[in-house]
Design a protein around this ligand. Structure first.
Ligand code: GLV
Length: 361
């Protein structure tokens, strides 16, 4: 009891506040300083995971950026020096400069995200640094957000809400604010991975008649799992035939700017276009042009370039375009599961063990 109190007090007294970041030394281990490992955490984590860090990790000194904004690059480069593990977010670019600033002892980068387009994977590989991601746990939340945007866009949610707020709600009208419905429609999914499948299964319940999908290869086992009318098609056919398009793929060299002006020009004028993956998959200027020219029916985006999207972005001027602030995985359950995996990944990497959720080339 007395020992417990001494340890707690000593832990508190050794936690120092350093400009905007905290250094937390684990004081209940008698490990000599030379054997202690430095872990960088680039943001405050959801409550349960933050409590885990605050309780201390055996043999680890945690240096954490605790402001409610992304860590400035210069701070990141300073803070990372001497780290053996980095727990970062999708807002932190991890490239050769960061790895150089860290030094050769760096063993693992663990991102609290399933996407890793902010990490230079080949640099990590060439330096034999492990990369951990958080797959699986955000599938349901992100699929929910995708369906939310599909429904919001098809039923003109933004226009309806704006009309109520602006006092433009007149008498009930047989012709006002008519949207479309999903019954009998064709939905195109780009990227039939975990999230794409979860989206298809949800949308099936709305009476979608046919799914067409695009990706690196046909997935027969997944087709069977979803069931019904589902077909792997070329991108061009997906653009032309879909009533609704959901972008659920990773951002990489193949998918960057895949939604070009040409792609939007091929689509039905009534198409509902939803992106919950990464902003860079869409040529945003082309999307703005397509919206101006009435080449797309309605749009729902959870991701943009840049993020945050500036308040004066032209994208925000279209009543048929709804933009969310990248909250696809934004539930307490999901974000907690993601941060727990990110901690497990980074600890295993620092201790030289296989990561429970490694990036899989
Ligand atoms: O966008 C969210 C993620 O990649 O986890």
């Amino acid at each position: 009891m007395i020992l417990q109190r001494i340890l707690t007090q000593s832990r508190i007294s050794r936690t120092s506040h350093f400009s905007s970041f905290f250094i937390k030394k684990n004081t209940f281990s008698f490990m000599p300083p030379s054997q202690r490992q430095k872990l960088i955490v680039t943001r405050t984590l959801p409550q349960a995971s933050q409590a885990r860090l605050d309780a201390g990790l055996e043999g680890v000194d945690i240096v954490q950026w605790k402001e409610d904004r992304a860590i400035p690059r210069a701070e990141f480069l300073k803070m990372v020096n001497g780290a053996e593990g980095i727990l970062c977010l999708l807002t932190d670019t991890v490239d050769a400069e960061v790895l150089d600033a860290a030094g050769p002892q760096l063993k693992v980068v663990s991102t609290m995200s399933v996407g890793y387009d902010h990490v230079n994977v080949s640099e990590l590989q060439s330096r034999k640094i492990a990369l951990g991601i958080t797959p699986g746990v955000l599938t349901e939340a992100t699929a929910d957000t995708t369906v939310l945007l599909v429904l919001a866009a098809t039923r003109r949610l933004r226009e309806g809400v704006d009309a109520v707020i602006q006092g433009k709600w007149g008498a009930w009208s047989p012709t006002w604010l008519l949207g479309s419905q999903l019954t009998g429609k064709t939905v195109g999914i780009v990227g039939l991975g975990r999230i794409g499948v979860a989206v298809a299964k949800r949308l099936k319940a709305f009476g979608v008649q046919k799914f067409i999908y695009q990706g690196t290869r046909r997935k027969e086992e997944v087709e069977q799992d979803i069931g019904g009318d589902i077909e792997f098609v070329e991108a061009e056919r997906l653009f032309k035939e879909s009533d609704v398009i959901c972008v659920c793929c990773a951002l990489n060299n193949e998918t960057k700017n895949m939604f070009s002006y040409n792609a939007f020009s091929m689509m039905k004028n009534s198409v509902v276009f939803v992106n919950t993956a990464r902003g860079g998959i869409v040529d945003q200027d082309a999307l703005i042009q397509a919206l101006k020219e009435g080449k797309v029916g309605s749009v729902g985006l959870d991701v943009t370039v840049p993020e945050p999207l500036p308040k004066d972005s032209e994208l925000l001027t279209f009543p048929n375009c709804i933009v969310l602030p990248h909250i696809g995985s934004g539930t307490l359950e999901t974000r907690t599961a993601m941060s727990e995996i990110a901690i497990d990944n980074v600890l295993c990497g620092m201790r030289g063990k296989p990561l429970p959720h490694p990036y899989d080339a």
